[in-house]
Design a protein around this ligand. Structure first.
Ligand SMILES: Cc1cc2nc3c(=O)[nH]c(=O)nc-3n(C[C@H](O)[C@H](O)[C@H](O)COP(=O)(O)OP(=O)(O)OC[C@H]3O[C@@H](n4cnc5c(N)ncnc54)[C@H](O)[C@@H]3O)c2cc1C
Length: 463
């Protein structure tokens, strides 16, 4: 169960040490910082290219936001799609859907590269790394014109991480845990290695020829959230607390550009105080949000991410109201069952009874439900869950080209630095409204594969 965490309002001593003469305890061709989906896929990819690679992970066990997610990865042209008789999904159609959601504000070249590589990346993970990824049942998620969502059969991000760690282990790739990278060691703008701080405060230095930044975004860094996402500054953070934005700060210190820094994946329906996401599908299929005065305050069809800030502005919490049919359908999902076990779901045979159970004004909720113009209509008996808005994942980051190489503001690339996942700019436009479902792992997995491959190509080209 994901726990919400308080953002740390601390300034981290993160820096770049310019030292051409620094010596290292060990040097490996490719170092990857961060052992989430992006970092582990990047490591597998560099390994496939024949490059020796080490992953550095700050936690005792790699989890990242990936383990908190539903493990759902969108991709087009994959074998699971073809097995399900979906033969007409294309990178162009996929990119069009993503641009439509983001109002056309996604870098078209990066998007084309990610969409094109997405299906082959899923196939490579399945065929070469024996990963258990299936096409999700049912109709496409809103905004996707084909069913293209892949996931572990359990729809669990923790299971996705377990499978990735198994694959990395099978490839004999070292993942060094309890290894927080605080500083990059550089010579000008060329990375020479990294400085690792261990839990006991001891310092180790690891040299590298190429570096992949896969340490995700800045959702866990209160100062950066306040600077870049002021509307979400007061919200709970639902992602991984280790996402402190170091990649962006290191990149900036090396002269890299950052893009789309106002973009984020939010969620307007997180059960409070339980910190369990309540599927937005309930609201797409007839459920409504009402505030503490019993009044509906938004058009739920706008989406989970775009309404996160609106929900946060409603006195801290609101109620997600559904009926028996939606309740019964949701009970097959473990998170929803958990909510029932935790007694987070209030019920009422009538609107008045529900209002009393939720301590909402009876006449107001009665009127809201009686005058509801939403299809399909809600019918008694009713159920409701108290929810709030949350920041899940930042979507802005280091500018990268189609080979995941980190770019300067003029579009030129840094000599040996790559980035992917939450560390790199996303494909979700410029604010909270552009996130199409599963953009996060699409970018983490596909750009991770590109970053690892290109780092490996650079190693193979060395004299
Ligand atoms: C509740 C929730 C549900 C979600 N559901 C979905 C979904 O179903 N589909 C989807 O596409 N997206 C989803 N997302 C978004 C998705 O989880 C992220 O976009 C994705 O996991 C990012 O992957 P990543 O590898 O870049 O980052 P992470 O998985 O966060 O990995 C980054 C890793 O880097 C490590 N690290 C950070 N800094 C350092 C450092 N200095 N030194 C060493 N290690 C470091 C961290 O400990 C972490 O393990 C969800 C997010 C949340 C919060």
């Amino acid at each position: 169960m994901p726990l919400s965490v308080k953002r740390l309002a601390v300034k981290h001593p993160m820096s770049v040490i310019d030292d051409p003469d620094c010596t290292f305890d060990l040097t490996v061709p490719v170092v990857v910082i961060g052992g989430g989906a992006c970092g582990l896929v990047a490591a597998l990819s560099a390994h496939t290219m024949g490059a020796e690679v080490i992953v550095l992970e700050r936690d005792p066990v790699p989890r990242g936001s990936t383990a908190l997610s539903s493990g759902m990865i969108t991709a087009c042209g994959s074998s699971p799609q073809k097995a399900a008789d979906i033969h007409d999904d294309t990178p162009e159609l996929f990119a069009r859907d993503i641009q439509a959601k983001a109002g056309g504000r996604v870098d078209p070249d990066l998007l084309a590269a990610i969409c094109t590589e997405s299906g082959p990346t899923i196939d490579w993970l399945i065929k070469h790394h024996n990963m258990d990824l299936v096409l999700v049942d049912g109709p496409p998620y809103p905004g996707h014109s084909r069913q293209r969502t892949h996931a572990p059969p359990t729809n669990s991000g923790a299971d996705l991480m377990a499978d990735l760690l198994r694959a990395v282990d099978a490839a004999h790739i070292d993942v060094i845990c309890n290894a927080t990278v605080r500083e990059l060691v550089v010579d000008g703008d060329r990375v020479r290695g990294v400085q690792i701080t261990r839990p006991d405060g001891s310092i180790e230095r690891l040299g590298c020829e190429t570096l992949v930044l896969a340490s995700s975004g800045f959702g866990g860094n209160a100062d950066m959230v306040e600077s870049w996402l002021p509307d979400m500054a007061g919200s709970i953070y639902f992602g991984h607390e280790g996402n402190q934005g170091e990649a962006i700060l290191w990149g900036q210190a090396l002269g890299a550009a950052c893009e789309d820094m106002g973009a984020f994946q939010g969620h307007g329906s997180v059960a409070t105080p339980h910190s369990i996401t309540v599927s937005w599908a309930l609201l797409n299929n007839g459920g409504i949000l009402v505030n503490q005065t019993g009044i509906r305050f938004c058009d739920e069809s706008l989406g989970a991410s775009e309404l996160a800030a609106t929900v946060c502005q409603q006195d801290g919490s609101v109620w997600s109201v559904i009926d028996q049919g939606l309740y019964d359908g949701a009970m097959r999902f473990p998170d929803f069952k958990n909510l029932q076990t935790l007694r987070a779901i209030k019920s009422g045979a009538t609107a008045a009874a529900l209002a009393q159970a939720c301590k909402l004004p009876v006449p107001a909720l009665e009127e809201t439900l009686a005058k509801l113009e939403k299809s399909p209509a809600l019918t008694a008996p009713y159920h409701a869950i108290k929810v709030t808005g949350a920041l899940l994942q930042t979507q802005g980051g280091l500018a990268v080209d189609t080979n995941a190489r980190v770019q300067r503001p003029d579009g030129s690339t840094l000599p040996n630095l790559f980035a992917g996942g939450g560390a790199a700019r996303g494909i979700s436009g410029t604010d909270g409204s552009g996130y199409l479902s599963c953009n996060g792992l699409l970018s983490a997995v596909t750009l991770g594969r590109i970053a690892g491959r290109e780092a490996g190509i650079q190693i193979n080209a060395l004299p």
